[in-house]
Unconditional design. Structure first.
Length: 126
């Protein structure tokens, strides 16, 4: 067996191990639910409601932008600016929600590692 085949075989074994680990990870909806139950659950609810309101503003501004015909260009610019601002706000809120989900997941992994280290310490003390 040459070195290329050995490297390929080891990479395939690592990929199989990663597949097993990832199969036990919760899906996005479970992660989202845990984020709502976490320490910042109230903020998550507030941001979700706020993002729904901002989406309605975005839809309304889009309607006004495309409906206004023959009117001054300032109206189109105004509604276009409102649409752009609403989209930027939506992006920021969704990014915060996903970062909170990531924080929850990272905290859970850190706690798992702490438990594993504690178990190893107790085994070494025996």
């Amino acid at each position: 067996m040459n070195i290329d085949q050995q490297i390929k075989q080891e990479l395939e074994q690592e990929a199989k191990q990663l597949d097993v680990i990832l199969a036990h990870e919760p899906g996005i909806f479970k992660m989202l639910g845990r984020a709502y139950q976490g320490a910042l659950g109230g903020w998550m609810i507030l941001v979700t409601i706020l993002s729904l309101v901002v989406f309605m503003v975005f839809a309304w501004a889009g309607y006004e932008f495309f409906i206004t015909e023959g009117v001054l260009i300032e109206y189109k610019l105004y509604w276009g600016f409102v649409m752009l601002l609403a989209v930027l706000m939506l992006i920021a809120m969704k990014m915060w929600i996903f970062m909170e989900m990531n924080r929850q997941s990272t905290n859970r992994e850190i706690k798992r590692l702490e438990l594993m280290v504690e178990r190893l310490v107790t085994q070494l003390e025996k």
